[in-house]
Design a protein around this ligand. Structure first.
Ligand code: FDA
Ligand code: NAP
Length: 445
């Protein structure tokens, strides 16, 4: 057993995307402020290097949050890991300000995230996938930590580590229509750039993009530029793309305070968040991309040379594949086939669901009447005393904490709340010299 395996960490993070990166920053800043009460943390990331939706880093695409909603500023405006610090370190502060925008390109924000992540390489194992959690075996008495089983990383084999707390942050899960498998000509948007770069594009005559969200609109625009000899079909279930509402009043649903309004609100209040404000994020597109696509379409009309086609009020139910032949089944009242060389499904994502990772431990986690995990206000899964540690969620809490759950908007504050919860629970446990059962703390939902 190596030294790392023998050690029991205070925190192990599963996944090292922006959410757990933000937690790493919060914990480091705690350790600087409270050197007598440090928290030990380690993170596992299955990608070989830090990467944030790399397959969608399309040229000119911009962030959907202002740069101030970086991994630290809303929790600690003086953090050395802010986006402004990054700009300063990279000599672009003046240039960025001259550019007069709140919304950097996704490429620049990715560079920023990589810059922050480069400070934490001693606390992250890349190429390391967590395959499950369990109760540690052996020892006498009730275990007080969780065992995390990992495949890959520096050792390349399987190993396990122990932690008093685990923070699950494994991200969104790509969603395809039922019964449609991905292959070399049928992709989900999350595979886009890697698959597109591999493809021989010379023979492409006709391509299709399914969906009417931000991913679909951005990929449609990109294909229109990148395969200038091909017909581009955008298959959209609505009559046209709908606008993402980022106006100031609506945008308040992503404020840190909105989490309390959602968490402690009535069922009716929570439902109102969804009924009135789902269009801040889902199945909607930014204004500039909508206008760009419409302008392209109109210019083609003027020139009498149309190759950008919008198939509206249409859904895709099936794809028939045979060799290079790809037929997409379109449904808009009647069913018809569209023959294409490539079909990209920008059909969205499912929320993070920790059940698979929890394995046998899931039986100790409480669920609500709808069968969803109960989660404390501090993002800790509500569990019985048999669970030998704390399991926190970053993501997968839309039913308890609201719309910002899967987004970047609140990650700095959320990570601070999780760090604070871990530190204060540890302090109370030390004082009491026994673990506090989860149902006696927080306000479970
Ligand atoms: P994220 O998915 O980024 O990270 C999870 C990490 O966990 C991944 O790196 C994954 O490899 C790793 N992982 C998964 N399972 C693992 C396992 N078993 N073991 C080890 N590692 C594992 N939101 C927003 O607010 N503003 C925006 O501008 C955008 N832009 C945007 C663009 C695109 C193309 C998409 C698809 C989504 C967005 N989003 C967004 C929403 C998006 O969810 C958000 O930006 C972050 O990715 C959330 O960060 P997380 O760290 O929670 O998940
Ligand atoms: P999304 O918003 O969930 O959109 C999925 C789209 O696919 C919807 O229009 C949906 O229509 C449609 N769809 C699903 N099944 C279909 C079918 N069988 N046939 C036809 N259409 C179908 O997903 P997304 O666009 O990937 O966005 C996900 C998240 O990533 C959002 O938070 C978004 O803001 C973010 N994002 C950000 C950027 C950026 O920062 N620049 C870029 C891309 C994505 P229905 O709603 O009718 O089912």
């Amino acid at each position: 057993m190596d030294a790392r395996a023998a050690e029991v960490y205070d925190v192990v993070g599963i996944g090292f995307g922006p959410s757990n990166l933000s937690l790493a920053v919060a914990l480091e800043e705690h350790n600087i402020q409270a050197p007598d009460d440090p928290v030990t943390a380690f993170f596992f990331e299955r990608q070989e290097a830090f990467g944030w939706h790399r397959n969608m880093l399309l040229p000119t695409t911009t962030m959907q949050i202002p740069f101030l909603k970086d991994v630290a500023t809303f929790r600690n405006p003086a953090s050395r890991y802010s986006f402004v610090s990054y700009l300063h370190a990279s000599g672009r502060l003046a240039g960025f300000v001259n550019n007069q925008t709140f919304f950097p390109t996704r490429l620049e924000f990715h560079q920023y995230l990589e810059w922050v992540a480069s400070n934490f390489t001693d606390r992250v194992s890349y190429g390391a996938e967590v395959i499950g959690l369990r109760r540690p075996e052996g020892g006498s008495g009730v275990p007080t930590c969780l065992e995390i089983e990992v495949r890959g990383g520096a050792s390349r084999g399987r190993r396990s580590v122990r932690a008093r707390n685990v923070v699950v942050s494994t991200g969104l899960v790509p969603r395809m229509p039922e019964g449609v498998p991905c292959d070399d000509r049928v992709w989900h948007s999350s595979q886009f750039l890697t698959s597109f770069r591999r493809l021989d594009r010379t023979g492409l005559r006709s391509v299709a993009v399914v969906g009417a969200g931000q991913s679909a609109a951005e990929i449609t625009r990109y294909l229109h530029d990148s395969v200038p000899h091909a017909q581009v079909h955008s298959i959209i279930p609505a009559y046209g793309y709908s606008l993402a509402d980022d106006t100031p009043f609506a945008n308040q649903v992503f404020d840190p305070n909105a989490v309390d309004d959602y968490y402690f609100g009535t069922d009716r209040a929570r439902q109102a968040f969804w009924d009135y404000h789902k269009n801040t994020n889902y199945s909607v597109v930014d204004d500039d991309v909508i206008r760009d696509l419409y302008r392209r379409s109109y210019e083609e009309d003027v020139r009498g040379a149309r190759r950008l086609h919008f198939l509206n009020l249409t859904r895709v139910s099936e794809v028939k594949r045979a060799g290079d032949d790809t037929r997409v089944l379109l449904m808009n009242g009647e069913t018809r086939e569209l023959e294409v060389d490539l079909c990209v499904f920008a059909t969205g994502y499912q929320a993070m669901e920790p059940t698979g990772l929890l394995g046998e431990l899931d039986q100790y986690c409480l669920r609500d009447e709808a069968g969803r995990h109960r989660v404390e206000r501090d993002y800790r899964l509500t569990a019985g005393p048999e669970l030998p540690g704390g399991i926190y969620l970053q993501g997968g809490t839309e039913h308890t904490h609201g719309l910002s759950s899967s987004l970047l908007s609140n990650i700095a504050v959320r990570s601070g709340e999780i760090a604070e919860s871990i530190v204060s629970r540890r302090r109370i446990e030390r004082e009491l010299e026994r673990p506090i059962p989860a149902e006696h703390a927080g306000n479970p939902r």
